[in-house]
Design a protein around this ligand. Structure first.
Ligand code: PTJ
Length: 262
């Protein structure tokens, strides 16, 4: 691994990249996952690398749906396992929810490695190695799932998803909670609750809300009813526009300063 100096202004981001590259070498993350991460990083940069107020609202709604569900499932792919095996295990315990490994670039060996990683992080009875059902209308390997997991789930949390499956799960009548930094992705547009936030920030937030809501089931039902999906997505777009307008102002200020210096 490349040694990243702590003084580097992008230290956290570079360390995460190195962790993903290492996870690729260990057969957890596919090369395509590194591309997906870069896409996420670009959106996170635009969003200010912090949880926005509108993301928090969606995270609370996500927790309310998960706590109120009868058969909630957290779907895990290679990137999610590499970035957040511990947070996934803790969230699953808090809800409680089943964890299922579901891969786009599926090989049995990769599924086994990811299951082992999740188990080492504390996740129990992880599904994935012996799928016995298919998601209708989906031709990719992601259609393969477990009857007692994703297939029969009423609420599915799908972090870092590709849009096809989110749409197929929604067609099955499931509540789909996505975590995707791209507010314009097909996943965000298909999800019942699109959470536009970085995975390692979003999962602990959802866990915190879930723990609080478990003690107040009436409150969870009220949040589910009150959540305005369209309004929340629109708030995400407005936030992004505001961030860009601030950057334009900063850039213009910088140019004026440079002119004054000349
Ligand atoms: O492990 P596999 O075989 O199942 O493959 C997983 C990948 C990620 C390769 C697969 O699901 C894929 O190709 O995903 P996409 O279509 O590239 O979509 C990933 C989405 O996640 C993009 O919209 C990214 O912006 C977003 N994203 C990337 N990193 C993060 C993220 N969102 C939140 N947190 C992140 N850390």
């Amino acid at each position: 691994m490349t040694r990243i100096p702590r003084s580097h202004p992008r230290y956290a981001s570079l360390v995460t990249r190195e962790a993903l590259v290492a996870a690729h070498r260990h057969g957890i993350v596919v090369l395509e996952g590194l591309i997906a991460h870069g896409r996420g990083e670009a959106f996170d940069y635009l969003l200010g690398e912090a949880t926005s107020a509108c993301a928090l609202v969606a995270e609370r709604a996500a927790a309310a749906h998960l706590v109120a569900a009868e058969r909630p499932v957290i779907s895990v792919n290679g990137n999610v396992a590499a970035l957040a095996a511990g947070p996934v295990a803790r969230l699953a315990k808090a809800i409680p929810a089943r964890v299922e490994v579901n891969l786009f670039h599926r090989t049995d060996e990769r599924v086994r490695r990811i299951v082992r990683l999740l188990a080492a992080a504390g996740a129990r009875d992880v599904l994935g190695p012996r799928p016995d059902a298919r998601i209708p209308g989906l031709e990719s390997a992601r259609a393969r799932c477990h009857r007692e997991g994703i297939f029969r789930a009423d609420v599915v949390l799908v972090p870092l998803e590709d849009g096809d499956r989110a749409e197929a799960l929604a067609r099955m009548g499931k509540v789909v909670v996505s975590v995707d930094l791209n507010p314009l992705s097909r996943t965000s547009l298909a999800a019942t609750v699109p959470v536009v936030d970085e995975l390692t920030r979003a999962l602990p937030n959802i866990e915190r809300f879930a723990r609080a809501l478990k003690a107040r089931p009436g409150e969870a039902a009220r949040i589910v009813r009150a959540y305005d999906r369209g309004g929340n997505l629109a708030a995400n777009y407005a936030f992004l526009r505001w961030r860009l307008s601030q950057s334009v102002r900063t850039a213009k200020g910088g140019r004026a300063k440079a002119r004054r210096k000349r």
